[in-house]
Design a protein around this ligand. Structure first.
Ligand SMILES: [Fe+2]
Ligand SMILES: [Fe+2]
Length: 204
């Protein structure tokens, strides 16, 4: 983390996540705006919400790309894993599955890990990168919040208890582990209560 190359690799990994997040937000609009679960009267709100997420993700990517260039790198310089896009593919059939896994498992995980990255970058004095991660962190709380809003909406439509529906979807569609420590404060702020994720800790 102290070396320039180490920090560039970290920022590159986050940039890769942001790039996937742009596609995921756009895909949410293209694939699910006309899902039967979304009432016609609510469709504009759904599209507006995910458009604003898409706009944020694009800004996140560009901020990171600019910082990577300042460090002598650019996006594409390091290998990147395809986990996020695999999750997108495995939930492409169903808005409930997508909402459960993309914002409420994967983006929520971002809230858990980002404060530690901010702390480490602060320790090595890379305040330019810290400022970017602080913006991302704040805005990702909003993304999880939008995810939670629409997950609750869909749960109401299919007449299921939100937390039970969430547990069912995660068991079916998420192959990884839901692991602590959780950023309870940020998750709560985003509308994700502990009874959503705590019971899943020992799932696998
Ligand atoms: Fe982002
Ligand atoms: Fe996001």
């Amino acid at each position: 983390m102290g070396s320039k190359a180490g920090r560039a690799a970290l920022l590159h990994a986050i940039a890769h996540i942001e790039l996937n997040a742009i596609d995921l937000a756009a895909d949410m609009i293209a694939r699910f705006s006309f899902a039967p679960e979304i009432a016609e009267n609510d469709r504009a709100d759904f599209i507006n919400n995910w458009s604003s997420v898409c706009d944020d993700e694009a800004r996140h990517f560009l901020m990171l790309e600019e910082r990577l260039q300042e460090l002598g790198h650019s996006y594409g310089d390091f290998p990147a894993h395809n986990g996020l896009w695999e999750a997108a593919k495995s939930t492409a059939h169903d808005i409930t599955a997508r909402l459960a896994i993309a914002p409420l498992v994967l983006e929520a995980r971002g809230l858990d890990v980002t404060p530690l990255m901010i702390k480490k970058l602060t320790q090595v004095g890379d305040m330019d990168s810290v400022k970017i991660l602080e913006v991302i962190y704040e805005e990702e709380i909003g993304h999880v919040s939008i995810g939670a809003k629409w997950f609750h909406y869909v749960a109401r439509i299919v007449e299921q208890t939100p937390k039970d529906l969430f547990h069912e979807q995660v068991e079916k569609h998420f192959k990884g582990r839901i692991k602590p420590p959780f950023n309870v404060q940020a998750r709560t702020l985003a509308g994700l209560s502990e009874n959503f994720y705590q019971p899943l800790v020992n799932l696998r």
